[in-house]
Design a protein around this ligand. Structure first.
Ligand code: 5GP
Ligand code: ZN
Length: 117
């Protein structure tokens, strides 16, 4: 399991930095975003340090299945599933990525514009 000691999300996964944990298993951690952009704003990340979706391969199929299944379960738990929600991952500079440890944003509780700005 790759760990980058300088990575904020690796420190959150290790419990060395605080977070509000909503889900924790052998592959995936889900936490509340510290600066929510919607009534529900959850981050889902692998325990493994993968910098972004750019590095994903078919070998990550089980991890990706788990990330999306946990997102769907948390959306139900948050009561945003029926109205709909958004799951996004930002990649690199143009994608607006600021933390370089792969994560999905689960956003809900209000409507979202398309395409994003
Ligand atoms: P990105 O910009 O990389 O797509 O998303 C990074 C997200 O991490 C942002 O939505 C930001 O608010 C959130 N974030 C940054 N630092 C922390 C932190 O210390 N704790 C939590 N829970 N979220 C953080
Ligand atoms: Zn990391």
């Amino acid at each position: 399991m790759a760990v980058d000691p300088s990575c904020l999300f690796c420190r959150i996964v290790a419990g060395e930095a605080p977070s509000t944990r909503l889900h924790d298993d052998d592959l995936v951690l889900a936490i509340r975003d510290i600066a929510p952009r919607a009534p529900t704003h959850i981050l889902l990340m692998p325990r493994d340090h993968i910098p972004s979706a750019r590095e994903l391969t078919e070998d990550d199929a089980v991890l990706l299945g788990r990330l999306y299944a946990v997102a769907a379960e948390l959306a139900r738990r948050e009561g945003i599933s029926e109205a709909g929600y958004r799951v996004v991952t930002n990649v690199g500079r143009y994608g607006g990525q600021t933390v370089h440890h792969l994560h999905l944003h689960l956003l809900g509780g209000r409507p979202f514009a398309w395409p994003p700005g």
